[in-house]
Structures are given as C-alpha cells and as structure tokens.
Write a protein that binds this ligand. Sequence first.
Ligand SMILES: Cc1cc2nc3c(=O)[nH]c(=O)nc-3n(C[C@H](O)[C@H](O)[C@H](O)COP(=O)(O)OP(=O)(O)OC[C@H]3O[C@@H](n4cnc5c(N)ncnc54)[C@H](O)[C@@H]3O)c2cc1C
Length: 449
Amino acid sequence: MRILIVGGDAAGMSAASQIRRRQPSWAVEVFEAGQRTSYALCGTPYYLGGVVREIDQLVTLTPEQFARERGIPVHTGHLVTAVNPARKSITVKDLATGQSRDEAYDRLLLATGAEALMPTGLEPGPAGLFYLRSLDDAENIRRAMGKAKSAVVVGAGYIGLEVAENMVEAGLEVTLLGRQPAPIFEEELQALAAQALSRPGLTFRSMTDAVGLSPAPSGGLTVAVSQGEAVPAAVGVVGAGVRPRAELAAAAGLTLGVKQAISVDRFQKTSDPFIYAAGDCAESYHRLSGAQTWVALALGANRQGRVAGFNLCDEPEEFPGILGTSIMKIFGLALARTGLGLEEARRAGFPEAVKTVVKQHSKPGYYPGSTPVTVIIIADRATGRLLGGQMGGTLEGVGQRINTLAAALSTNMTVKEASGLDTAYAPPFAPVHDPVVIACEVAAKNLKG
Ligand SMILES: Cc1cc2nc3c(=O)[nH]c(=O)nc-3n(C[C@H](O)[C@H](O)[C@H](O)COP(=O)(O)OP(=O)(O)OC[C@H]3O[C@@H](n4cnc5c(N)ncnc54)[C@H](O)[C@@H]3O)c2cc1C
C-alpha cells in the first residue's frame, strides 16, 4: 500500500503520523511545496511583534525529524501540479530542478490548506506589499518592518487585527483599513473591538476598502481607498480573508462544495473513493446546523487530518464536526465565540433564534483583578436549545470561559440546562455564579418572555 499526501502542515502531517502509527509497514510519503513542515501559522503575527523571537520556534517538527523519528519521507520543494485519478497518480514538479514526474498512489490525501484572498488592485508584486500565509511571508514582512516607521494593514478580520496589533507593538505607526472590526462577532463585541483599536500608534478607518495600490514617490507604497485620503506607508499587509486551495481537486474532477472547498463526507473521503481531503482545503460538518460548512481553523485541520489517517488505514473514524470555536486578542481585549451568531442561526434553520446580552464580572467585585465580561447567548425560542455564545473582556476573563459554552453546545444543552452547570468558584478565579451560568439563566428567562 502506498499513500501519498499533498501538503505538509497541520492536516497533512497529522494524517501522515497517524498512518505511520496504525500501519507501520505501509509506504506514506508527503509532497510539500515549501521547505517546512508542521509549522504554526497562528504564531506568525506574534513573530512580527517580537513576542516570538525566532521563526524556527514556530516549527513543531522539521522534515528531517519526520524522516528520522517517524519514518515519514517528506519531499520539500515539490509542488504537486496535477492529480490524475484515472491513472491513480500525481504529477510533481521538483522546484529546485524544474523537472516533473508522476508518482503513483493507492490512496491520496489532499491537505493543501487555504490561500489568501487578493482584492482587485492589491495583487502581490510591488515592493512593500505582503500577504501573510507562510513562515517565509512572516520573515519577509519582519525584514521589511526593520527600517519602516509606518504600515498599512488591509482587512480588520482576525489576521488583519493581529498583524496591526503586533506592528504597533513593534513601534510602527499603523493605519488599519476595514469595514467593521472583527466582523465574525456580534455588534456589541465589534463595539468593544473598536474601543480597543482607539489608541496611540493606530488609526482605524472603518467602512473603508482598499481599492488600489501604487509605489510612493518617497519609497514604500500608497494605498488608494474607497473614501477619504489615500494611505502612504512603508509596508503593507493584506489580510482580506482566505479561500480553500482546491484547484488541484477541481482540475481532477472532484466535487467541490461550500465556498468551493473540497466536498468530503464525515470520513474525509472525497467524491473519488481513493482520494481523501482534510484541513482548510476541505469542507467541515457543522455540529449544530448539521450542514457542511467551511471554517479555516487549526484544531479542525489537525483533527480532520487525524481522522483521514484512520480512514486511509481502513479504520472507520468519523469527524465529530466543528462549532467554529475561536478566540482572538486585540491588545488587552479578548473576543471569543462558539456555535452560531444570531443571523447565522436564523439562516441555518432556527428562525426563532434570540440573542441575550449580559454584562458580568470575571471575579467577585472585592477581589483584585475583577474585570467586566460581556457574554452573548444565542438560543432557540422553539426548543430552548443553546445555539451559540460569544464573549468579550480581558484575556483572563474570557480565555478558557468560552470552552464551557463549547462543551455545552457539544452536548446539545438547552440554555436552562447550561444555567445549571456546576462551575468552579473561588475568588481568585470566578464569582460564585459564573458569567456563563448567569448569561444562560437570563437567556432562559428571555425565551419565556
Ligand atoms: C496569520 C494566521 C494566523 C492564524 N491564527 C490562527 C489561530 O489563532 N487559531 C486557529 O485556529 N487558526 C489560525 N490560523 C489558521 C490555521 O493556521 C489553519 O487553519 C491551519 O494552518 C490549516 O492547516 P492545513 O494543514 O489545512 O493547511 P496549511 O497550514 O495551509 O498547509 C497547507 C500546506 O500545503 C502546501 N501545499 C499547498 N498546495 C500544494 C501543492 N500543490 N503541492 C505541494 N504542497 C502544497 C502548502 O505549502 C502548505 O504547507 C491562522 C492562519 C494564519 C495565516
């Protein structure tokens, strides 16, 4: 048996490791276009800000370690240019020599990830404009930040926000362009995000799109915008969203699904019985809506890779699904969410979804370090079921708290049931009635009202 994997990061290497563990005698080989494996893209904004000092700290296992310690050969610098399902082979280009060759597989895993969306007029090319999608990108941006005094960041989603924050921390004067900050959150939390962005070193221009780009006469670049004056800066980073990297699959005739991600079943199998897909390039099953969705997050990618590994070894394993649980930091503010937002819930078949907003404190008022926490609960009036939760507050106040709601959602609790959770209490950690429990209690009353 020969299993080939395209893509050597979270999903691909989780699968490779699982296959090696389950079937030590089978051949498993990975083809990776870049030079690194198992790296933490999530840490790259913090490399820009100097929190992470060396880029290699973001690499969990190198290709050499995979070969030596796990017996998994990784062909780095090898771009897979075609999948040929009829011949059960892939076409691989060695980027060092320019030579192409075909490699035969018995089973194939596509773990090609996602790629940055490039708004019209902001295509890469001009000196000083970057996209952050690899460790090489991060190194190039940090190098460009070296002598720069100013930066423009396009997009106020989580990548744009994290990049802007870290550039400010590194001492640059940053202009952030976007519609609203943190668009995946409810408006009450977007207002908190806007407050967090109001600080020295950062100008947030809301409802402003970047529409074009030109080299600035004095060096650097100038970004033309949909309203107001153009923004000059030494460095520009675009964080305008991502899309699944699914061209190989599409060209091979595999079925694509939500947002053109590779369509997979709960076992990560594609429309071809010998080809699996996992991670950001593939769809995910949403635990609440029961529908396929597309969410590009690290835990789901790792987990899908692991599940694919089992199934590629003929051990049936079902992907449990995602809730889209995520968390982000904007200076001292943490925003977190799990499950569905209000509009998402209504679109997903819960027309009676209701939102409850509650403000509580992270600890008893008398205990030092108690801070406000805003908790938003989305619940279904028809059934009382908890559909989603969001939170805003300090890092400590929000940090692990969102996971209580994620666990409650995973077990299909009603808000009434969640309001009865036996949560931990001691003054240094939480008030006797945790903000999550209180918010669910208020939501349960709201549903009745
Ligand atoms: C700046 C940033 C911050 C992030 N922060 C967070 C966070 O805080 N929390 C979170 O949950 N998620 C975060 N993410 C998302 C997370 O990094 C991804 O969900 C995760 O990396 C997906 O893993 P993957 O293996 O599916 O794809 P990727 O990590 O994209 O890996 C795909 C690999 O496939 C290779 N490849 C692609 N096409 C080919 C080909 N044709 N031939 C050979 N090789 C190919 C690529 O070179 C790449 O190495 C962040 C992402 C970015 C960019």
